[in-house]
Design a protein around this ligand. Structure first.
Ligand SMILES: N[C@@H](CCC(=O)N[C@@H](CS)C(=O)NCC(=O)O)C(=O)O
Length: 214
């Protein structure tokens, strides 16, 4: 198993957590997003992921892109420990939390979108930071309510075990810290994150302990 990753990529961070939760070992293949215009934009990597995004997973001769598809694939191939609860309705709620992050926060706030706001659209740093914070605040406010409704002891987003929602939450929070977001406005989300960040699978996936960390 091979993971194409970049230490700072929050989408790769998700995949690393899922691999660790499932106890899977993998080869880490670093692709630097900034060096020489971006190693992810070179032909050799575009042959792996035509979108040129990190992460990509190589397993049994197959290439899988999109972090949520990677996590779902790992869940199907290696069902234990599961990243989803048992009941269909609970699974849907967990997926809804994960998609709130993956579909409604992250795509608006990733590097290429922020760069596009700056360069062709001419927005200054303050406007771009305001954009970033706006979408995080809107998404986290809703997630806060969902966590308050569905978390057991405020150790996990849903119930009393790690799920896909947790796998997506921690990298998004790490990302938001880089923009100095005030997380005290989201107490349940903050409490859950603090607990998750103590778990070995999450600790080993942190950007700063990856082989390409700077
Ligand atoms: N929806 C994709 C998003 C992947 C993504 O945006 N990856 C970023 C790093 S977090 C990337 O490769 N960016 C390269 C670029 O913007 O040029 C996923 O979940 O895998």
């Amino acid at each position: 198993m091979k993971l194409y990753s970049y230490f700072r990529s929050s989408a790769a961070y998700r995949a690393r957590i899922a691999l660790n939760v499932k106890g899977l070992s993998y080869d880490y293949v670093a692709k630097h997003l900034l060096k020489d215009g971006g190693e992810h934009k070179r032909a050799d990597y575009l042959a792996i992921n035509p979108q040129g995004f990190i992460p990509a997973l190589e397993h049994d001769g197959a290439l899988i892109t999109q972090s949520v598809a990677i996590i779902e694939y790992l869940e199907e191939m290696f069902p234990t420990p599961s990243l989803l609860p048992t009941r269909p309705v609970d699974r849907a709620i967990v997926r809804a939390m994960a998609q709130l992050i993956a579909c409604d926060i992250h795509p608006l706030n990733n590097l290429r979108v922020l760069n596009y706001l700056k360069a062709p659209l001419g927005q200054d740093n303050d406007a771009v930071t305001e954009w970033y914070k706006h979408w995080i605040a809107e998404g986290f406010a809703a997630l806060e309510q969902l966590i308050a409704m569905h978390s057991g002891e405020k150790r996990y987003c849903f119930g009393d075990a790690v799920t896909m929602a947790d796998v997506l939450l921690v990298p998004q929070v790490a990302n938001s810290r880089r923009y100095k977001m005030d997380l005290s406005r989201y107490p349940a989300l903050q409490t859950v994150t603090t607990h998750l960040e103590t778990l070995p699978a999450f600790l080993a996936a942190r950007p700063e302990v990856q082989p390409d960390a700077e």
